[in-house]
Design a protein around this ligand. Structure first.
Ligand SMILES: Nc1ncnc2c1ncn2[C@@H]1O[C@H](COP(=O)(O)OP(=O)(O)OP(=O)(O)O)[C@@H](O)[C@H]1O
Ligand SMILES: [Mg+2]
Length: 311
């Protein structure tokens, strides 16, 4: 298990990590979320040993992140890190060798990932000649070539077209199913909601929401949308257990607490008129995210404030 425990890291007066704790288990695909400046990149850099935390600890399988662990880790840095003039296959072999692979194994693995990621025809091209999305595929291949047991990817989906997004999603899922602990940062909440079983949401360097996505959604209750003939006056008569969250000309939406029965609310609405439409929906991850981190304006303002203070 990858465990962040009470992690602190500052840059001058800026507190980037402020007691961050969470875990990612082998076989888990964890979406690492948070507004700009929340501390995601800093946490990931600490996890792979690029920078050291000021306090707290990060462990993999209860041991320190030492050279042996780093050789078994795949990392995609935010600033990316390929040699622009080196050819794709040659570069992947070189990176595999840096992770102590035998040349023949590195070459076979490089070819495998080049094919798997749809880069077959670019194998002998210098990386700088590839489009941004294809460079990103090479970057993913670079983090996978040595068959790591831990994957730490900083915004692997940014800048990808829908097809490359599907390829990236498939590969991350496949790696997690093969037992790899995968964490990746992203701002694409809908994609993370579809792809990940777990999330860790941080804000101002701390965990503000974390765990199984389905359980987090279920814990917030469900929304019941009802439209009946004859208006929405029924919504003023529902019991204390449910809360009306919105009313418009044709219907009303009611928030049901976790485990609450929808039938009593439906009965009250149907006393008013014929049922026209009804559906139950869970909150979206984006809604949970906004609740957990506060409004976008606040966090952006805060980040702006922190950046100004540094100058
Ligand atoms: N090398 C550095 N020097 C000074 N400040 C830094 C440095 N790295 C990060 N910070 C500051 O630490 C805070 C966290 O930054 P970090 O890059 O970890 O955020 P992030 O969650 O990755 O954001 P984004 O979503 O924009 O990538 C920010 O306030 C940032 O300005
Ligand atoms: Mg970042």
């Amino acid at each position: 298990m990858l465990e962040f425990r009470d992690l602190y890291r500052s840059f001058g007066d800026v507190i980037a990590l402020d007691g961050l704790s969470f875990t990612v288990a082998p076989g888990e695909l964890c979406g690492f979320l948070g507004p700009n400046g929340a501390g995601k990149t800093t946490a990931m850099r600490c996890a792979v040993g690029v920078i050291q935390p000021d306090g707290g600890s990060i462990t993999w399988q209860d041991g320190p992140i030492d050279l042996r662990v780093r050789r078994r880790t795949g990392y995609m840095p935010e600033e990316r890190g390929l040699y622009p003039k080196m050819r794709v296959h040659e570069q992947l072999v070189y990176l595999g060798r840096l992770h102590e692979m035998a040349t023949a194994d590195a070459a076979a693995s490089a070819s495998h990932w080049i094919d798997r990621l749809g880069l077959g025809d670019r194998s002998d091209s210098p990386v700088e000649e590839l489009s941004l999305g294809n460079q990103q595929r090479v970057q993913l291949a670079a983090s996978l070539v040595h068959d790591p047991e831990l994957l730490v990817l900083d915004e692997p989906f940014s800048g990808l077209d829908p097809i490359a997004t599907d390829v990236m999603s498939d590969v991350l899922l496949e790696r997690a199913r093969a037992g790899v602990a995968v964490m990746f940062s992203s701002h694409q909440l809908d994609l993370v909601e579809d792809l990940c079983e777990t999330v860790a949401v941080i804000s101002k360097g701390r965990l503000v929401l974390g765990g199984n996505v389905a359980e987090l959604k279920a814990s917030r209750g469900r929304r019941l949308r009802i439209e009946v003939d004859g208006g929405t006056a029924w919504s003023q008569r529902i019991g204390v257990d449910a809360e009306v969250v919105s009313v418009d000309e044709v219907g009303a939406t009611v928030l049901l607490p976790p485990g609450a029965d929808a039938a009593p609310v439906l009965d009250i609405a149907q006393q008013q008129g014929r049922l026209l439409d009804v559906h139950l929906e869970q909150p979206r991850l984006s809604e949970l995210f906004r609740n957990a981190v506060g409004t976008t304006e606040d966090t952006l303002g805060d980040e702006f404030q922190r950046r100004s203070e540094v100058r």
